[in-house]
Design a protein around this ligand. Structure first.
Ligand code: CP3
Length: 357
């Protein structure tokens, strides 16, 4: 028997159904700003050890929910698990972020890149999802996620983080056929990966296209959006009798909102460089919107956080279709107490924007 979902505000808002307050979750809500996360990570050994131990991944997924009245959990993992499963071997250098031991360096590397067996190489993510669903016991929905093909490709080609993506962008201009071969393989893999997450219990899924904004409008359409649309059309949109909403988050792509909304997704993540009022005017009849407080606001004092939360809520305005979030992930230097102020402010101010059910 499936456990009933006690708080389904997130799923309702993502489907633009009425809610009595605006649901809130925070990108990267499990992470280094929490001392208990740092303790569990130290216990695990390395970041990948943490991701690959389902009980520990479950523990850090639940940590932010013990502190804050959040309306969703997001499974603790990373977008770079896919390239790792494709054989690039992910590791982390302290203070420098992710690195691959075997980055893609030639068309031959792309040709040889396997489509991994998801159950075999990424089964630890599905196990973490199953354990976490059991522990959540229907308290709030669990979100699954993946990186977009383009964002994954940037890390795989650059070998890690990058400032200007010169290798990845050179590939799309010099050897577009090779780029398309890579992005096609990634799109197939992401689709299978997200469907496996849904089958294991993910109740909504988000695709992080963190570096979409590095591309020109034309290149974005050809090398990022097209592949995300292909993923959206290949996803299982219903599980155990309930719709599984799909959220696309393309950072720095506000000029592309209409095209993104036409992809077939249910909701768009929005960064803080556009007002929710304008985003809603442009695409709010078609998709829900998720965002979009500047993460830096969390470094300011309590009064400023409350004021900015209220401004974000009223920018979206009354009615359904808003999920409160930051416009990008929470940063490690945030004082956890400040996130509590944000979450409580959403609970306090948002009921006025909805009709009681
Ligand atoms: O949101 C959550 O709570 C779930 C966990 C999550 C992580 N990474 C954990 C993590 C999610 C959703 C991600 C997504 C992710 N990972 C993205 C897309 C989202 C975004 O913020 O743009 C990207 C680009 C990555 C790649 C990645 N992983 C980077 C660049 C880093 C280093 C980050 C840094 O701040 O140093 C990681 C490692 C990582 N992933 C950490 C966490 C908590 C920190 C690792 C540590 O514990 O040392």
């Amino acid at each position: 028997m499936a456990v009933e979902l006690k708080n389904d505000l997130l799923l309702r808002a993502l489907c633009r159904e009425p809610v009595d307050r605006t649901p809130v979750w925070i990108m990267r809500q499990a992470g280094r700003y929490l001392p208990e996360y740092r303790a569990t990570r130290a216990e695990a050994g390395s970041f990948m050890d943490l991701c690959q131990a389902p009980e520990l991944a479950c523990e850090v997924t639940l940590q932010p929910l013990r502190r804050f009245d959040l309306d969703a959990a997001i499974i603790f993992s990373d977008i770079l698990t896919i390239p790792d499963a494709m054989g690039l071997k992910l590791y982390f250098v302290a203070g420098e972020g992710p690195r691959f031991e075997f980055p893609l360096q030639s068309p031959e590397d792309v040709r040889r890149l396997p489509r991994p067996d998801i159950a075999e190489s990424l089964g630890y993510v599905m196990d973490a999802i199953a354990v976490t669903r059991r522990e959540l016991d229907g308290k709030v929905p669990l979100i699954g996620f993946s990186g977009s093909p383009w964002t994954l490709a940037t890390y795989m080609i650059e070998g890690g983080s990058s400032k200007n993506f010169s290798k990845a962008k050179r590939l799309i201009y010099d050897q577009p056929a090779v780029a398309h071969e890579l992005l096609g393989k990634l799109a197939d893999t992401v689709t299978a990966y997200l469907n496996a997450q849904i089958e294991s219990g993910a109740q909504a899924v988000q695709v992080f296209d963190t570096w979409g904004g590095a591309l020109s409008a034309a290149a974005y359409e050809e090398f990022s959006l097209r592949y995300m649309a292909r993923i959206v059309s290949g996803l299982d949109r219903e599980s155990r009798g309930r719709r599984v909403p799909v959220i696309l988050f393309s950072k720095g792509c506000n000029t592309q909102l209409e095209a993104l909304a036409a992809s077939g997704c249910d909701a768009l993540g929005v960064d803080w460089t556009i007002s929710l009022a304008e985003a809603r005017r442009r695409v709010g009849a078609r998709v829900a919107l998720q965002g979009n407080l500047d993460p830096t606001v969390l470094l300011a004092d309590h009064g400023a956080i409350r004021r900015e939360v209220e401004a974000t809520l009223s920018s979206f305005g009354p009615g359904e279709g808003h999920v409160f979030n930051l416009g990008h992930g929470i940063t490690p230097e945030v004082d956890p107490e400040h996130l509590g102020v944000l979450v409580d402010a959403v609970r306090e101010f948002s009921p006025a924007l909805h009709r009681p059910r």
